[in-house]
Design a protein around this ligand. Structure first.
Ligand SMILES: *[C@@H]1O[C@H](CO)[C@@H](O)[C@H](O)[C@H]1NC(C)=O
Ligand SMILES: *[C@@H]1O[C@H](CO)[C@@H](O)[C@H](O)[C@H]1NC(C)=O
Ligand SMILES: *[C@@H]1O[C@H](CO)[C@@H](O)[C@H](O)[C@H]1NC(C)=O
Ligand SMILES: *[C@@H]1O[C@H](CO)[C@@H](O)[C@H](O)[C@H]1NC(C)=O
Ligand SMILES: *[C@@H]1O[C@H](CO)[C@@H](O)[C@H](O)[C@H]1NC(C)=O
Ligand SMILES: *[C@@H]1O[C@H](CO)[C@@H](O)[C@H](O)[C@H]1NC(C)=O
Ligand SMILES: *[C@@H]1O[C@H](CO)[C@@H](O)[C@H](O)[C@H]1NC(C)=O
Ligand SMILES: *[C@@H]1O[C@H](CO)[C@@H](O)[C@H](O)[C@H]1NC(C)=O
Ligand SMILES: *[C@@H]1O[C@H](CO)[C@@H](O)[C@H](O)[C@H]1NC(C)=O
Ligand SMILES: *[C@@H]1O[C@H](CO)[C@@H](O)[C@H](O)[C@H]1NC(C)=O
Ligand SMILES: *[C@@H]1O[C@H](CO)[C@@H](O)[C@H](O)[C@H]1NC(C)=O
Ligand SMILES: *[C@@H]1O[C@H](CO)[C@@H](O)[C@H](O)[C@H]1NC(C)=O
Length: 718
């Protein structure tokens, strides 16, 4: 029956299609005998039947036609299906085991779909497949330990990355895959040990990516047998132990990457120098200790060195100056010490990013660093450096990110006068240094046209908020908190069109809140600017970096007005309609008058702190309209009357209301007496239910947001 159908189909093609379609003609001439057999066609149709969304391929996969001409199918000269290539087709459903019945199949590419279910075990143990790519799907379950009926396994490349596979990684198979070249199993949920049997028989093995899984145990020493191994990545797992000595026998290694595991031990100089081809060494986020060995200087091809977030110590090796091709050095969060002069940066002309945050370096900034004219990001903050910046820093024309904070630098006036020549700077963080100096007021400070983030926090600077800041038209975030700035908040603040985060807290500012504050464009408009364009450069350093937070971009900072802990007086302006403001802190000032009803229009507020002022009157019941509010504090004022009971307001602890003897309500455990509660707009039950659902869904999100904000601010700027 089928055979008849098959032959009639074939004759139809040759009789009708060939004269009309040149391409078909050409193909037919090249492969005169082309046409797939029924068995293969039926395997493919079973695969099609297993799909719940087939993206229109069924249009081309018609039973009555030659399957060698179907979309995504390639046959060889004899009409055997050798390739199925259906990447990026939005396919859904499962992968039928029937595909493993295609006995001539060499290459299967189903990547970038939404296929689910398991990976048929026949595909892994296939006696013919050389390239199997099912990456970026939703495949799950354990990989079966394949049946080892075949003596020589043809598999060369296996890409099962970015799926949801679990369980242990099958290991027996790899002993028999003589042809294996690349395995990418990253971004799944594999656990257990990394198989140790790599390269027992396969001498060509060169790429292994197991990152973003839950592998535990140690790094298998057997990898050292892989003489062709170029790339090994197993970051973001739970690996422990030290780097096995044998690993360094794999001298073809170019990319050695185990970040964010629990590796310990030393970086052995005699071993590391064997990896002459190394271009990228990433051992950040482990528990390594000891020094960086002098022999690192023999790695002439090194481009990136990441040893951040370890427990390494000692002085830097002067031989690091011999890694003349290096682009990126990341040593942050260790305990390195000594002077930076030991490195001759003159030899490192390609350096683009140097991150030494959180170490114990002493001395001054070496002059040679100013010769690194390709430097884009330089972070020296949280060390023990001192001295003044050299005017030569203006040689760093590419500098975009500069962080010098938490050191003991002096002469802030000089610093700012010099830095204005780094015209590409967008982020300048120089706080917690320059202790006790005066805020430069002078007109000579101009430039900084591209500056978007400026932090001069915690320097005990005296003086006023200087006028030169008004010229930084691109400023998005300004941190001047923890100084001794006096005078009033200038009205020109509203002219900074992009400013969305203003922190002036913990100063000695006086006077009333200017109405200009209520006119700040970015706090009034709902539109969020695409601040902090991340594409700006490849190595943009995260603005802040705790061990577990790697937010690259400042856009996660809330729209904030923080004036807490000053000597501001007068009333909160009625016109305060900063619709998009997320965080408002006026606490610890001398503000008086009532809490304006209009605050209830700031519907994006997540944090509202008006505590420790002299505010009077009732808490406006309309504040219960602030559905996103997760922190609220009006304690230590002179407020009176019942605490409104609707919405978020009833979810805050009594400490939010403490120190207002005239307030009453359940929260402060004080009966409101016979006085009628003001007509609180009790929301309808339906509305209320919606609101509760919303709080449950988004509460944890904002909770985390606030927590993280605090960690970040206290850790970085604190
Ligand atoms: C599979 O197809 C995707 C998308 O076209 C491609 O990026 C990938 O390199 C292919 N896989 C192999 C192993 O060639
Ligand atoms: C999967 O990995 C293989 C081998 O490394 C590679 O050739 C292929 O391009 C990868 N697939 C995708 C979609 O990146
Ligand atoms: C492995 O696949 C992931 C995507 O799933 C990709 O990001 C990574 O670069 C690949 N690894 C290698 C070594 O190609
Ligand atoms: C991990 O896999 C998910 C789901 O396929 C994907 O969205 C994500 O980009 C992958 N991550 C990496 C680092 O490749
Ligand atoms: C591999 O490394 C070990 C330990 O460093 C060493 O004893 C052994 O001789 C090396 N094997 C080869 C083949 O180089
Ligand atoms: C870090 O290194 C120091 C020596 O420099 C050592 O005393 C300390 O125990 C190490 N800490 C951890 C957590 O390994
Ligand atoms: C850092 O190293 C110094 C010696 O250079 C040592 O005294 C100190 O305890 C170390 N600190 C930590 C946190 O390991
Ligand atoms: C910095 O180094 C000094 C002496 O080298 C040491 O006393 C101090 O503990 C170190 N600081 C830290 C934070 O490890
Ligand atoms: C400065 O920034 C501009 C715009 O991003 C860019 O075109 C230019 O190349 C940069 N200059 C240097 C010296 O990097
Ligand atoms: C900072 O530098 C000043 C002046 O150079 C000096 O008096 C002070 O002791 C230094 N402070 C620290 C913590 O090194
Ligand atoms: C600060 O630098 C300026 C040059 O910009 C210089 O005139 C002044 O003397 C310096 N002040 C101190 C205390 O070194
Ligand atoms: C508001 O500012 C004060 C003073 O800086 C601070 O103590 C308080 O924690 C801030 N409130 C919130 C909710 O962040």
């Amino acid at each position: 029956m089928q055979r008849e159908h098959h032959s009639s189909c074939k004759s139809k093609v040759s009789r009708l299609a060939m004269p009309f379609f040149g391409i078909v003609l050409l193909l037919a001439m090249a492969y005169p005998a082309t046409s797939c057999n029924e068995q293969e066609k039926s395997s493919l149709l079973q695969f099609l039947a297993g799909l719940s969304y087939e993206d229109g391929i069924a249009m081309s996969w018609q039973d009555g036609t030659d399957c060698c001409k179907w979309e995504g199918i390639t046959c060889n000269e004899t009409g055997t299906v050798i390739e199925v290539s259906l990447a990026s087709r939005s396919l859904e459903g499962s992968i039928s085991p029937s595909l493993s019945e295609l006995t001539g199949l060499l290459r299967l590419n189903l990547s970038y779909n939404s296929l689910s279910g398991s990976l048929p075990s026949g595909l892994l143990s296939s006696g013919n497949i050389t390239v199997l790519d099912v990456s970026f799907n939703r495949l799950s379950g354990n990989l079966q330990e394949p049946l080892l009926s075949i003596t020589e396994h043809p598999l060369q490349a296996l890409n099962i990355s970015s799926n949801m596979f679990t369980g242990e990684f099958p290991s027996t198979i790899w002993g028999k895959t003589r042809n294996l070249i690349a395995i990418n199993a990253s971004n799944n949920s594999f656990q257990g040990c990394i198989p140790s049997s790599f390269c027992i028989s396969s001498s060509s093995f060169s790429v292994l990516d197991l990152s973003f899984n839950q592998f535990s145990g140690s790094i298998p020493a057997g990898l050292g047998k892989c003489s062709e191994l170029r790339i090994v990545k197993a970051g973001h797992n739970c690996l422990s132990g030290s780097l096995p000595d044998e690993l360094f026998n794999a001298t073809s290694l170019q990319y050695l990457s185990f970040p964010d595991n629990s590796l310990h031990g030393l970086l052995d100089g005699a071993h590391i120098m064997k990896l002459r081809n190394l271009a990228n060494l990433d051992l950040g986020g482990n528990m390594l200790n000891g020094k960086i060995p002098e022999s690192i200087g023999q790695l002439k091809r090194l481009l990136e060195l990441h040893l951040n977030n370890n427990n390494m110590s000692g002085a830097l090796p002067s031989a690091l100056s011999n890694c003349t091709n290096i682009i990126m050095i990341d040593l942050k969060s260790n305990n390195f010490s000594g002077e930076l002069q030991i490195i001759n940066f003159f030899n490192l002309p390609n350096l683009q990013a140097l991150d030494l945050l959180y170490n114990n370096f002493t001395g001054t900034i070496p002059e040679s660093i100013y010769s690194c004219s390709n430097l884009i990001a330089l972070r020296l903050s949280s060390n023990n450096l001192h001295g003044q910046l050299s005017p030569r820093i203006s040689n760093l024309k590419s500098l975009v990110f500069l962080s010098l904070g938490a050191n003991n630098f002096t002469n802030i006036t000089n610093t700012l006068r010099i830095l204005k020549y780094c015209r590409n700077l967008t982020t300048l963080l120089i706080g917690t240094s320059f202790k006790g100096e005066a805020m430069p007021q002078d007109e000579i400070i101009d430039g900084f046209q591209n500056l978007r983030v400026l932090s001069i926090t915690d320097c005990s600077l005296s003086g006023n908020i200087p006028l030169w800041l008004s010229k930084l038209k691109n400023l998005e975030m300004l941190f001047l908190n923890r100084n001794q700035l006096s005078g009033s908040i200038p009205a020109w603040i509203k002219n900074l069109n992009s400013l969305f985060h203003l922190d002036l807290s913990r100063n000695n500012l006086t006077g009333e809140l200017p109405t200009a504050l209520t006119e700040m464009p970015m706090l009034r408009t709902e539109t969020t600017k695409a601040h902090m364009d991340s594409s700006a450069f490849k190595f943009e350093l995260p603005l802040y970096l705790a061990h577990s937070f790697q937010y690259r971009i400042a856009s996660t900072f809330k729209k904030t007005l923080d004036l807490g802990c000053n000597n501001l007086t007068g009333v909160i302006p009625q016109e305060i309609q900063l619709k998009s403001l997320q965080k408002l802190n006026f606490s610890f000032n001398g503000l008086s008058g009532e809490i304006p009803q209009q605050l209830s229009k700031l519907t994006n507020l997540q944090v509202l702190d008006l505590s420790s002022n002299h505010l009077t009157g009732a808490i406006p019941s309309a504040l219960s309209n602030l559905h996103f509010l997760s922190e609220f504090n009006v304690s230590h004022n002179d407020l009176e009357g019942p605490i409104p009971s609707g919405g978020q307001l009833s979810t805050f602890p009594s400490s939010s209301f403490d120190g207002n003897p005239k307030l009453c309500g359940i929260i402060v455990a004080k009966f409101c007496g016979s006085v009628e509660a003001p007509t609180v707009s009790v929301p309808s039950t339906e509305k209320m239910n919606k609101r509760i659902a919303f709080v449950i869904a988004f509460g944890p999100f904002f909770g985390v947001g606030v927590l993280y904000d605090q960690i970040v601010l206290s850790r970085y700027f604190g």
